[in-house]
Design a binder for this molecule. Structure first.
Ligand code: SAH
Length: 230
């Protein structure tokens, strides 16, 4: 962790940014998201104010606000702004409560969620990404998100049940433990691969012992994988 002093000297430069990481660039991204159909003002405001460029390596930071996904190392990607916004909107449609994210990655989706929900848990299977995300979130004073290095397919049993479970990696089948950790009336939002290899964002709502699945939109995510990389 950085000492408070170095944090203060770092923050102004990082927060204001220059050129492609400036406030104007972020505002343009938010305008584009609104045109693309993102209607929730809370999501647009958070994405217009939070520094997405800090979640990328320096060499890619100037592309942070483009309408595209970008590599974050280890074969993984930071999702494009639209899908981050869309998934956050879907989370906010639910009763505010406990949210579990599977696939911390860079930590950007975690940050956006943390600004809008009360309590958040996030699991990542690759240690290097888990650690870097933790550093970024500490730097940005995110105090309501707990991170864990683990195979997210097992969920976070001690913190269950969750009102929302969000996957940011594509499953070929929905992991049973995640369904079991949903609160009654809660939803799991996840990219799911169909038999023909297409990916769909699905929303699965738990009603007692029943799970009702709804297909939302075509998407493209990296796969949900098993095990932990230390
Ligand atoms: N939300 C992230 C997206 C990262 S890509 C962001 O904003 O940057 C998806 C992430 O899911 C990757 O970091 C990948 O390592 C992670 N992942 C894949 N399978 C996983 C699993 N079983 N448990 C935890 N994380 C997993």
């Amino acid at each position: 962790m950085r000492s408070p002093d170095s944090r203060h000297s770092l923050r102004p430069g990082l927060m204001q940014g220059i050129g492609m990481t400036s406030q104007r660039t972020r505002d343009r991204m938010a305008d584009r998201l609104a045109r693309q159909g993102i209607a929730d003002r809370r999501v647009l405001e958070v994405m217009a104010s939070e520094p997405r460029h800090l979640f990328l390596d320096e060499a890619l930071a100037h592309r942070a606000y483009e309408d595209t996904s970008l590599p974050i190392g280890h074969g993984q990607t930071l999702s494009q702004p639209w899908i981050v916004a869309r998934m956050t909107e879907l989370v906010l449609e639910e009763a505010p409560g406990r949210v579990l994210e599977i696939g911390t990655g860079s930590g950007y989706q975690t940050l956006v969620l943390a600004r809008l929900v009360t309590e958040l848990w996030s699991v990542e299977r690759i240690n290097a990404l888990h650690r870097r995300a933790g550093e970024r979130l500490r730097l940005l004073a995110v105090h309501n998100a707990r991170l864990r290095l683990a195979d997210g397919g097992h969920g976070w049993p001690e913190a269950a049940p969750f009102e929302v479970i969000l996957l940011t990696a594509c499953a070929s089948a929905l992991p049973e433990p995640l369904l079991a950790q949903l609160a009654d009336g809660g939803v799991l939002i996840a990219p799911l691969a169909s038999r023909d290899g297409e990916q769909w964002l699905v929303r699965v709502r738990r009603q007692g012992d029943r799970f009702e699945k709804q297909r939302l939109e075509r998407v493209r995510f990296v796969p949900l994988l098993e095990g932990v990389i230390r």
